[in-house]
Design a protein around this ligand. Structure first.
Ligand code: GRF
Length: 198
């Protein structure tokens, strides 16, 4: 019997292969995928992976023809599965998009300089959770989002780009989150694409 022909990896020549990690709805993942489908994009999405098999974003990715993986529970097993899936998919850079787990130092070291995250605050302000409530409680006049390189320090790596929005009288964490999220969807694809051209 003749062996199966080896097919080239699908995708555009020269476009970097990106893996996206999500935990939930995946609206930033969708923005990254949609931008990647423009003919001159510097990246293509090779894999969407989640720590949660029920993450709504996984279903969206599958419906849009993207390979998906749900990692098993337990930190060591989860990270081993993610690492293997990302490597099998030929991924060159990872975009965290609402991935709600802290990555281990080992994982970060293995992918050093090749993991980006989007965070809903103007870093270095408000690392961690509840960023919008904290900005409102502080009486800030503006808020925003940041794309940064992931290091061992939570939300502490080099900031690659930011977008700002005004805080309006009467804002709640929810109204502010919605205003910031619209900017996230513009900022992340642009900054990721630029970073991969560096
Ligand atoms: C976004 O606000 C992002 O900045 C933060 O988590 C949220 C994820 O939302 N890291 P989505 O899953 O991309 O819709």
């Amino acid at each position: 019997m003749r062996p199966e022909p080896i097919l080239p990896v699908p995708g555009r020549i020269g476009a970097k292969r990106v893996g996206i990690l999500i935990s939930g709805r995946g609206s930033n993942m969708q923005a990254l995928v949609e931008a990647s489908r423009s003919p001159d994009s510097s990246y293509q999405v090779a894999l969407v992976a989640s720590d949660r098999p029920d993450a709504p974003g996984l279903g969206w990715a599958r419906e849009h023809g993207i390979a998906t993986v749900a990692a098993p529970p337990g930190k060591a097993a989860r990270e081993a599965a993610l690492d293997a899936a990302l490597r099998d998919a030929g991924v060159e850079a990872i975009a965290l998009a609402g991935y709600m787990r802290l990555l281990s130092d080992d994982f970060v070291a293995r992918w050093r300089g090749r993991i980006l995250n989007i965070h809903p605050s103007l870093l270095p302000k408000y690392k961690g959770l509840d960023t919008h409530a904290r900005a409102l409680a502080a009486g800030d006049l503006e808020a925003g989002c940041s794309v940064h390189i992931v290091t061992e320090e939570l939300d502490g790596g080099e900031v690659l780009g930011q977008a700002r929005v005004p805080i309006r009288p009467g804002d709640t964490p929810a109204t502010l989150a919605a205003r910031v999220l619209a900017e996230e969807h513009r900022l992340y694809p642009r900054v990721l694409a630029e970073y991969l051209c560096r």
